[in-house]
Design a protein around this ligand. Structure first.
Ligand code: ZN
Length: 325
């Protein structure tokens, strides 16, 4: 193993979903340990943590920092409990804390359901989706104690490494990664994943353009000349020159697929749900549907903001119409 990653321990934590694991990183330094992304607050996760802490002869009192790369449940879920047990502060971007506050309560589940219905998702599926989200939220323990905001470009010493904070968006607003400049090693959360493309998350409550944000983030990451990535899911990987181009290409193809729906049919309007079933034909379970729908709406929003497509609201439902037809 490369010397520079020798004492950054990757801890693979279980997830009760199709994406079946998330990575946490443990970094030891003289004053204590830093934990990056403690995982989802399930019993299975705690079993793994108990084993890992035994292996490194670590107690909660040894944890000096809890760092969260973004507010999604699989990364942020245990942060509040780890904080209670260790007394350590939680470090993340300002947006991560704001989004966590905005997300983890029943009102946001109700509004997500309302938005899904508007997108044309059948009522029975909406009810199932809400059930999944409700269950997921029971595995999130929000941060109530000390928070430390990591500003973009700030430097932070973790173990023997001095990292620079990089701020990105698209998958989750306010995502942060840590660049070690000398070795071009990047602890990236979900900003760069090797085998799956990070889900582009559209949120009903904002007016953002997350696909554009992700393109901007990728172009920023390109300038960092990252060599190795310690990702939020999957093993460490080397970033090839063409990697970022391929991720962009993947989303451009998806945009192309949306345009082709009008080219190959006489239908004037499609609901966002109809478009999502075309883009993600394999997604049949309600647990994955919210990801598919969010990603679809992010792409629709991108085309809408570039005047290719209009999204019309009629009788409390959304319909997409392609502009040049
Ligand atoms: Zn993740």
């Amino acid at each position: 193993m490369n010397h520079t990653v020798q004492r950054i321990h990757q801890v693979r934590l279980p997830l009760p979903m199709r994406l079946n694991h998330v990575n946490s990183y443990l970094i030891e330094d003289e004053e204590g340990w830093s934990v990056i992304d403690p995982g989802l607050a399930t019993e299975d996760t705690m079993t793994v943590w108990a084993d890992v802490m035994k292996r490194y002869r670590l107690t909660f009192g040894d944890i000096r920092r809890i760092i969260v790369t973004h507010y999604h449940p699989d990364h942020y879920g245990l942060a509040g409990s780890f904080q209670q047990w260790s007394g350590a502060a939680v470090y993340s971007s300002r947006e991560t804390f704001e989004w966590a506050d905005r997300t983890y309560h029943s009102e946001s589940i109700r509004k997500t359901a309302q938005f899904s219905r508007k997108c044309g998702v059948p009522a029975s599926l909406v009810a199932e989706m809400s059930g999944h989200i409700e269950e997921l939220f029971t595995w999130v323990k929000p941060v109530g104690g000390d928070k430390v905001i990591l500003e973009p470009e700030a430097e932070i010493q973790l173990g023997q490494w001095r990292f620079q904070v990089k701020l990105g968006s698209g998958h989750a607003e306010g995502s942060i990664g840590f660049l070690h400049q000398a070795s071009r090693m990047f602890i990236g959360g979900d900003l760069l994943l090797e085998k799956i493309t990070p889900n582009i998350t559209y949120d009903y409550s904002t007016d953002t353009d997350p696909l554009k944000d992700y393109f901007d983030t990728l172009n920023m990451l390109r300038t960092l000349h990252i060599q190795s990535v310690l990702p939020g899911h999957g093993p460490l990987f080397q970033l090839s020159d063409s990697f970022i181009d391929r991720v962009i290409e993947h989303h451009l193809e998806r945009l192309q697929e949306i345009r082709s729906m009008w080219r190959h049919s006489n239908t004037r309007e499609f609901t966002p749900y109809e478009i999502s079933t075309r883009l993600f034909p394999k997604v049949v379970d309600s647990a994955s549907l919210s990801f598919a729908l969010g990603e679809t709406v992010a792409h629709l929003r991108y085309l809408q903001n570039r005047n290719e497509l209009v999204i019309i609201e009629r009788d409390d439902a959304l319909f997409c119409r392609y502009n040049s037809i």
